[in-house]
Design a protein. Structure first.
Length: 222
């Protein structure tokens, strides 16, 4: 069996990436706002917790009397281009190393450069047979597209029945793979942990921790 993993909220806690980005934006904005970076960070975290990610930078700047779309854009650049301070979930590196005979591969959505910086910060690429950042092939290659999974099948000669995908988001991660007979495993962690999936969109197997996936797939036994 060829095992493929998602990245965000599957191999690491994506909220730690968001907070790492907020640190970077706080350092960037501190001189402009004439505030300590720690205070700017507190403001960013407060607005994020209250409003979600949509307009955090706009809101914080407005609270300080600054309305400047160009500065908001610069904040977005600082967020996206920062070097992330993130780490894999406990046991992930060991799990990936144990699956050397079955890949493992990675398929992840999002800006290709941002996702590569995450992969580099996590230090997991040497443990992977391949890392596919879907948007590197165009936005249409993002999930639920099967494009990157087809590339893995071409590379490995695996049938759909021999491919398993371990991921967290039932809105897009599993529906197309279910339809072609691949095995799907949902990790109930992160922002999608308790999301109720639409019919046909949920995974076939469920785990609470990604390190339980090999056992769920029958690759190791307790």
């Amino acid at each position: 069996m060829i095992v493929v993993f998602d990245l965000d909220d599957t191999l690491y806690d994506e909220s730690t990436y968001v907070d790492s980005g907020m640190h970077a934006v706080a350092r960037f904005l501190a001189p402009t706002l004439d505030r300590p970076a720690s205070q700017v960070l507190a403001d960013l975290r407060r607005v994020l917790a209250r409003d979600g990610r949509g307009a955090v930078f706009d809101t914080v700047l407005a609270e300080h009397g600054v309305v400047d779309p160009g500065l908001v854009d610069a904040c977005v650049v600082a967020y996206r281009e920062h070097v992330p301070d993130i780490a894999p979930y406990p046991g992930v590196r060991e799990m990936l190393a144990s699956l050397a005979a079955t890949g493992p591969f990675l398929v992840t959505d999002g800006d290709a450069e941002v996702q590569q910086r995450k992969i580099d910060a996590l230090g997991i690429e040497p443990l992977l047979a391949g890392a596919y950042r879907t948007w590197a092939y165009g936005r249409d290659a993002g999930k639920p597209s099967l494009h990157c999974f087809e590339l893995i099948r071409e590379r490995t000669g695996a049938s759909w029945a021999d491919l398993a995908y371990v991921a967290d988001d039932p809105s897009k991660d599993f529906v197309s793979l279910n339809a072609v007979g691949a095995t799907t495993v949902r990790v109930h962690r992160g922002r999608c942990a308790d999301v109720l999936a639409a019919p046909g969109f949920d995974a076939r197997l469920h785990v609470d921790d990604v390190t339980q996936a090999p056992t769920a797939l029958g690759l190791v036994h307790d």
